[in-house]
Design a protein around this ligand. Structure first.
Ligand SMILES: Nc1ncnc2c1ncn2[C@@H]1O[C@H](COP(=O)(O)OP(=O)(O)OP(=O)(O)O)[C@@H](O)[C@H]1O
Length: 257
């Protein structure tokens, strides 16, 4: 069975259970899934569990039918790439070097010229090539977030996990970042899972939406279906209306009840 699937996952911090019986039928290669839900609903914990940074109490995470926790560290590192919500902004490294280190850590093969070419290519695609020789710690929050995106995409893995990769970006950079993620995912057949708070961005860029509430999955399906489901507004505690814009994009309008 190809894809990434989650079966009956329970995860706790100490005695507090934060993921309750989370099951997600296979996410398919070449697709982007938006992981949605209110603050503290468990999105980051789920991504960290898939990345192997948080161990589950029970349940399984299967990649192409194999439990991911049974993989050796090197294989898991090759298979799963995780871009956290909080990144190493204080690093005393230039943008180029930080992305180079990420490429090497992720197993980029080839001589130094080949890896440097990969780095240059992703800096261009994320439109931060002009920042290549700046220190990361001197960049703006949005620029630092683009560096983190470049680090995640320089050597993509079959499973790409991104935790709120657009939270610090302006409108144009949000659209560009998710369009790039989608293009890379579709072209190379990766499975991307992206935690997001912007429902309209999710509607526009995701093939599938998984909605979480209090550590459980409460809806899962194509964006138009999930956003039309009353559970979506209930989960966020707002009144939601999903409308198609003049451009044909699904837009989500929210108001307090
Ligand atoms: N290291 C930790 N130790 C203890 N509890 C934690 C830890 N990390 C997260 N939690 C708790 O787990 C729950 C889920 O948190 P998580 O960060 O997964 O939510 P989230 O949906 O990603 O939230 P947000 O949208 O606010 O980033 C929260 O109640 C949080 O307080």
């Amino acid at each position: 069975m190809t894809g990434l699937a989650i079966e009956g996952l329970h995860v706790a911090y100490g005695r507090r259970t934060v993921l309750r019986n989370v099951s997600v039928p296979p996410l398919r290669p070449g697709t982007v899934t938006a992981l949605l839900g209110p603050n503290a609903s468990g999105k980051s914990t789920l991504l960290r569990s898939i990345a192997g940074l948080k161990r589950q109490a029970t349940g399984r995470i299967l990649f192409d039918g194999r439990p991911i926790e049974e993989m050796r560290l090197a294989e898991r590192t090759r298979s799963v790439r995780y871009v956290p919500q909080v990144y190493a902004a204080a690093a005393r490294l230039t943008v180029f070097d930080a992305v180079l280190v990420a490429a090497r850590t992720a197993g980029a093969s080839g001589g130094s010229a080949a890896v440097a070419a990969r780095v240059e290519a992703i800096l261009t695609r994320t439109r931060i090539d002009h920042l290549a020789h700046r220190m990361i710690c001197d960049l703006s929050g949005g620029q630092q977030q683009l560096v983190a995106l470049a680090q995640g995409l320089v050597q993509p893995a079959p499973v790409l996990l991104l935790d709120e990769p657009t939270s610090a970006l302006d409108l144009r950079h949000q659209l560009e970042a998710l369009a790039l993620l989608r293009a890379i995912t579709a072209a190379d057949g990766h499975i991307a899972v992206v935690a997001l708070h912007d429902l309209s961005l999710a509607a526009r860029h995701a093939d599938r939406v998984v909605l979480m509430d209090q550590g459980a999955v409460v809806a899962d399906g194509p964006p138009a279906e999930v956003f039309a489901d009353p559970v979506c507004g209930r989960t966020y505690g707002v009144e939601l209306v999903a409308e198609t814009s003049r451009r044909g994009s699904l837009m989500i309008d929210a108001a307090l009840p």
